[in-house]
Each structure stands twice: as structure tokens, then as C-alpha cells.
Design a protein around this ligand. Sequence first.
Ligand code: PLP
Length: 448
Amino acid sequence: MPTQPNWITRDRAHIWHPYTQMKTADAPIAIVAGKGAELYDESGKVYIDAVASWWTNIHGHAHPYMAEKLATQAHKLEHVIFAGFTHPSAIELAERLLPLLPEGQSKVFFSDNGSTAVEVGIKMAIQYFYNQGITRKKVIAFDLAYHGDTFGTMSVGGDLSFYDAFQDFLYQVERIPTPVPGQEAACMQALEAHLQKGDVAAFVFEPLVLGAAGMLMYTPEVLDQLMALCKKYGALCIADEVMTGFGRTGRLFATLHCTEKPDIIALSKGLTGGMLPMALTTCTEAIYQAFYSDDKMKALYHGHSFTGNPLGCAVALASLDLLLSEETQQNIQRLVQRQAAFLAKIKNHHQVLNLRQTGTILAIEFKTESNSGYFNNLRDHLYRFFLQHGLILRPLGNVVYVLPPYCITDVQLDQVYAAIEKALDLGFRVADFGFRNPSELDMGDCAE
Ligand SMILES: *Cc1c(COP(=O)(O)O)cnc(C)c1O
């Protein structure tokens, strides 16, 4: 037990954690510092952050360059109301970011997190038609989509079983099969059937990788065909690049792998390199023009207290500097290659059900006898096993994924891969049947 100030007791007394059953969850780990891909707990134990702190961190923790830019901005201007006012960091960020996005993106709308970025995108799409007196109200999404936790984004989210209590409060969305290998034709047909009715406002999707559903992947060719169908029938395409943006897929944005262009793009997680909460929704000039009017009621009535926060903008600019540097671009390519090499190495392991990679993201599906899915208890065993090995890997059900900051070193990657191989070798399927209890497993066979 820690001899430091008792953070855990004090945490338990007052704090309610996200996505956590507080009664049954293990005590949280108090992290007091970070550097590069490493996090340090109160006793000095080192953890490799192989999930990039919920997919947000791209340059490593407490990056000195970003911390410096943050401090400089804080000493100059920390915040200003963004209606009726503006500031240099927001302007510079919009100017620098737009040319990096798929062609045609023309305006930037600020918010605070991924959910609101998607929510704003959906509101833009619906009001785009409303402002022109066109009746198009339907929204289409993948059946396993995840777009956030607000009511608006829960509605477009697929069947991920988190939403049961709220089902009666969600608006109706048409669902099409997620185009994982084998489902492409079914997905395409379902989309076209909906589009033919002429009442679809928008199709919202996670491009190439569906994160929360278990890092499900599909190809740019499929996405091109889906976007082309939407164009053909006059529906808007909303790309939720909240997770895939800023280099995750090996290119700056996932939709840059495609020829067709989205109309609206939602960005957040990697935007500030993981340092501050901020989000953006970008759109084409055509969408902007549907709101640009002498009629006040045609404006987009949406905003948040911290819209366009200068600290967030300054850190996002610093993150862009780093992201576009030769060093980071090389790190991204190195990570893509290392992930591919590890995939090839474990490809034929008897414990592997499925392996997939898109850019810097590698997903390993473990064999299990019980139903795959988020609540698979194999997940808890694996999660604890990796923690014991000083690794933060948060399996989604039986899917272990590696999604680290790009600065993760080869030595750190070796540690991650070695632990995953060990977990595969140990045959966690046995534990899944309950023949051994998790604590026995943690302390016994698996401890170094
Ligand atoms: C995380 C995520 C969101 C929600 O972002 P928050 O910042 O958690 O609200 C939306 N879409 C995708 C694809 C995500 O991965």
C-alpha cells in the first residue's frame, strides 16, 4: 500500500469516475507525473500509456514545448468570450488547420469535446436543409457506431448497450450494417435504400476505424463508395475524425485516404495533443452559405462558455508544430511498421481470433468461449494482467488494442508486445471459464 498521502481514500470519498461501476471497480491508480509515453504513480511505479490516455495523447505527457506555449498564452490571454470577439490563436489555428484537411473545408466552429463536435456537425446538417426549406430530416449511422455521450450523439450511436436507460429519449436514426469484411455489400445496399427515399439529411460515420466498438476496421475504397452514394442522392457526409484525426491512420486525417470528400468533419482528441479539452467542427463553404443570411433565425444558435478558448488554441498550434515536424512524421511511420511487424509475428498464434491494423492502430482479438463484447470478463483479467506488467492497455471486451503516443520508444513497444504475447501464451480463455480467480492469476503465474 502507498505510504504517500492517501489519494485513493480521498478519491473514493468524493469522486465519481467515468465508465466505472464504482462498487466493483478496482481502486484507481493515482498518477502524479508523466513524461513521454510514461506515467508515474505515487509510489514511483512506471506505466507505459499504450492507449494514449483514451486516444488523446500524440506527443507524450507533459511535453515541454507544449507546456511552454501554454504558459506563454496563459500569461497573455487565458480566455475571452467568442461571440463578438476573437483572438490571434484561434485565427491562426483555423488558418493553419483548414489547408491540412481534405479539400473543400472552409470554416471552423469551436467546441470542447468530441461529443459536442459531432453534435454540432449533425445540427449543421439538419439546419442546412431547414434553412433552405428542404425536408430532409433523416440521419444514417453504422449499427456499431460510437459518436459520444450527449443525447444527440447517443442517438446516432449504435447498439453498444450503454444506452438502455435512455432509449425512449433518443431520436430516431436509420442504421446500416458496419462494413467490416464480408458486410460491405449489405452496408452499401442498406445505405442506398435509405438514400433513395430522398429524405436523408446526413450520414455520420467514423472513417476507417470504429473505435469504441472494438477497433473495427474497413477500407478507404468502401468509404469512397459510401460517400459517393451520399453525393449522388444529395445527403451530407459527416466524418467523425475525433479518434482518427491527427495522424492515427498513418495520414493526417483518415478521410485523406479517400478520393471523395466529406462535407463536415468533427475533430477533438488529438487536436491539442491530449493536453487540453477542445474540439472543432469544420464544414464546406456551401454549408456555411446556407446559414449566411440577413435573417437572424438562420444563424447557428450553438455555443459553449469556453468556445475558442485561447489556451486550447495555443496548445493545438504547438501540437501542430510537433505533428508536422520531421521527427513526428518519422515516428508515425516507425510505429506503423512496428505494429505491422508484430501483427505478422503473432498472426498464427492459436489464441488469436482476429488481427487488424489501420496506420498506427493495432487490434488483437483474443479467442474466447463467452460472447465477445464490452462486458466480457476476459477483459478485466487482461486489464489487470497488463497493469501488473506496467502497461496501460484497456481491452474493449476481448479486443486488445495498441494505440500509443507517437513518441513511444522501440524499447517501450517491445515491452508492450512482450506482455501481449505472454497473455496470448497463458491462454486467458481458461481464466474466462472461472477455473482460476483473477487475483490468483495476477499474483501467481503472471507476475514477473
Ligand atoms: C471519443 C470519441 C467521441 C467522443 O469524444 P468525447 O471527447 O469523449 O466527448 C466521439 N467520436 C469518436 C469517434 C470518439 O472516439
